[in-house]
Design a binder for this molecule. Sequence first.
Ligand code: ATP
Ligand code: PRP
Ligand code: MG
Length: 215
Amino acid sequence: MSANHLTIALSKGRIFEETLPLLAAAGIVPAEDPEQSRKLIIGTNREGIRLVIVRAGDVPTYVRYGAADFGIAGRDVLIEDGGEGLYQPLDLQIAKCRMMVAVPQGFDYAAASQPGCRLRIATKYPDIAAAHFAAKGVHVDIIKLYGSMELAPLVGLSDAIVDLVSTGNTLKANGLEAVEHIADISSRLVVNKAALKVKHTLLQPIIEAFAAASN
Ligand code: ATP
Ligand code: PRP
Ligand code: MG
């Protein structure tokens, strides 16, 4: 790909919405709304700058292989991915939430999570969950899910979940409560390391505009 073209990987939904003002600060306006269009490659007002719309968890992969020069991904996704080969210059302070352990209200988590205990944990984040419980000395059976984690303890699939919590409304609506904080999450700029060198002149002003707009 030529040095005067840029491809930006974004996911639909909250990251796209919260990224629009940052893109605008860098003088980039998408030509279409990905929520309205079935197109996965979206042009912008800037010649040579395009967006690719991918699943949130796939952003690191597109950027690592250079299929996108940079992207925006949640810290949850980046910790689970490992972030190898990715330059992460900026915390954009968007899509903020917390990675938590949650259980059915009334479940005695303190007793059930003593060192040596065994718990069944449903989560989309098996590596984060495994590391968290290993550090506590709690044995876990990890059940990998792709969404609706809050359902798992309600139907006997797991004792607890590891998931993202923002307002707490989803936990509350399903009779669950957060019992342990694992990490504060926000989204980060992730840049392909080769692109950072080869496309420095194009990338640097965008990174600076994002930095100024996210403060
Ligand atoms: P997929 O549909 O591919 O499973 P997803 O659920 O990961 O996508 P989103 O829900 O848009 O996609 O989440 C994208 C990112 O936004 C997450 O990786 C996380 O960093 C952050 N996020 C997720 N849920 C919330 C929330 N309730 N409040 C704030 N930020 C959140
Ligand atoms: C996320 C997360 C929780 C919920 C927490 O789900 O997986 O279920 O948000 O937010 P709250 O504390 O404000 O209720 P999301 O809305 O992204 O749904 P999906 O990933 O299953 O589509
Ligand atoms: Mg989600």
